[in-house]
Write a protein that binds this ligand. Structure first.
Ligand SMILES: [Zn+2]
Length: 115
């Protein structure tokens, strides 16, 4: 199923293809502050519909992940990175997709703080 997602003000908008039934709740130093619920998808499933120039980017720790956020409203809709096998991936914040019923998601805890 194709989902439309965005930051709060709409400056960052995207489409993502997938059936999202589970979400990852990570306890790393960034996720615990942002409160995001994540799903990982391959690059072909993800289309950024707004300008790349509107993506603000934060990195920390190993700097392998680019955590994008909106400079206007502060929402963090997705991050970019690569899987351990080198395949590019996107980490989607499912909270930024209004048509997903967050109550129905099965939450998987990820101990990012220990990794
Ligand atoms: Zn925004």
């Amino acid at each position: 199923m194709l989902h439309q997602g965005s930051c709060h003000c709409g400056k960052i908008a995207f489409e993502v293809e997938g059936d999202f039934e589970t979400a990852i709740d990570c306890n790393c130093s960034l996720c615990r502050r942002r409160g995001s619920l994540l799903a990982f998808v391959g690059v072909p499933a993800f289309t950024l519909k707004t300008s790349e120039a509107d993506l603000e980017t934060y990195t920390f720790n190993s700097h392998k992940l680019q955590h994008h956020f909106c400079g206007t409203c502060g929402t963090a809709p997705f991050s970019e990175g690569v899987k351990p096998d080198g395949t590019p991936m996107r980490a989607i914040n499912l909270r930024c997709i209004p048509d997903i019923d967050l109550e129905t998601l099965k939450i998987r805890k990820w101990d990012g703080a220990s990794h």
